[in-house]
Design a protein around this ligand. Sequence first.
Ligand code: PEP
Ligand code: MG
Length: 575
Amino acid sequence: MVVPREFRGHPASPGRAVGPVHRAGEPPAPSGRAGSAAEARAALKNAVNRAVYELRQLSAGANAESAGILDFQIELLLDGELLAPALARIDRGEGAALAFAAALNDQIEAMASECSESASRCSEAKQDEGAEVDPFALRAVDLMDLQHRVLDALAGRTRADFPAGAVYVGRDMPPSVFLAHDWSSGGAIALGAGSTASHVALLARARGVPMVVGLGALPGETGEALLVDGTQGLACLNPDPRLLPEAGLLPDPHPDATPRAVAPALHAAPGAAPFPAAAGGSETPLLLANLDTLADLDTLDPAEVDGVGLVRTEFVLTSAAEALSEERHLTVYRRLLDALAGKPVTLRMLDLGGDKALAGLNEGDPAGMLGLRGVRFLLAHPDLARIQARALIRAAAHGPVSVLLPMVTLPAELAAMAALFDEETARLARQGIEGRRPPLGIMVEVPAAALTLDLFGQAAFFSVGSNDLMQYLAAAARDNPAVAPLYAGAETAMFRLLDQICTAARVLGRPVSLCGDLAAEPAAAGRLRALGLHGLSVAPRRLPALRAALGTRLGATLPPAAPGAGSPDSAPGQA
Ligand code: PEP
Ligand code: MG
């Protein structure tokens, strides 16, 4: 039986309505390409022009109040000051999408801290109808809206609307999303944050759309029934259907989208251990899956694996605009967690550089195999790293997530990334956004790291990337057929080093898995098992052969993650 659950907030626009939840946070789109600085500048200016054009179109068909808000956004976009920091970043070598997103993030962040400096004044003002609201908070929402619109324009994509009659649920709502939506079939707005004096609240009142702000938590998942009482400042999840006719509420205009009877089962508790602890060499390794795209989920039966040992996020996120969207990251990670239904999911941070390109962020450069790749690229682009870290921290509140850092060479790189995660965890907590600092592990794929694993006590776990480790051991590029025999011939060196890696990990008390292609070679399975690896992670299609080679069963219970700085058991980011 579905139990109604009430959420208390602040009335922002009177009236009552019920409908299926639409959770905000859809992706802002694939990107344009970066090319030279001149091309990136031109691409950004074109995207801004297009965004201005779209806003003018919207403004032309809007009433006076709406037009005022849209004209304000147009002015912001046309103000040279807004673009100057982004153009300066482009001149320093960043792609158009990253430069614009990062420059606006700086300005949004500055607004947010101006607002939090006067926190009590600001929050009181937010709640009291008619009181003067901190203009910084309002401007920050407009900037976020513009950021998404320009990133969309860079990608040549228009913003997705949500179903008519639905209840929009999000932390805040950009005015343009409100304006682009057809409210004639009803619907309502329920915001975790937001302000009664925001632009969107003004619009909701003008349009007669019930709206509640300041709910704190976001009520419901997409499809669940939510009643919004904008007069009382309440939202009720899964309201008793018998009460609805008496309350004089609109019937659901979309019977096909009727609320699910039951919310999806919650995954493992946020504090649950995402990774196995070290074990002796005789244990059968866990069977884990490598995922490169969301479509890989179609070929994976979660019941057949112990978890996901590697998600290559640089492939799952298919454009710069996606990689720059915290919400898109979060949507993808939650989808993976949902599919795995409580089993651990290891998400690797973007392994860009070398042959892995994401137009707008970096260009493919095979010579870059020894250059700014993996964690090196992330640390050189902290804005990008922070976007991904925030999404990972937020995802970790919803299931057993652990995070892998690619191409780590020195302990200092892990320490820098751990500090970044700590900062973002604390920042999310200050912002009242639910999160949990996930355990951080490293890919062991650079010989210098493999040979000094004892220095990586800060890592919560290790995962050997045999594809790269072999190429760097043999100095033979993994994608160059001319040196393929050398690459394959490095297997003896590889196994000697693996033995050393497993010993060092055991001494540290950290689990070590293997997620390179070597794990999928049935002929190697016996030797890998003898080394005492905790997990072997392979593409879904290769699981049956590996299982047969190991003669293994499933369903190993995952004991607690290793303690240490990389795996805090506190949850400072939890709201
Ligand atoms: C590896 O190097 O073995 C690995 C798993 O990572 P990727 O193949 O993505 O470089
Ligand atoms: Mg690798």
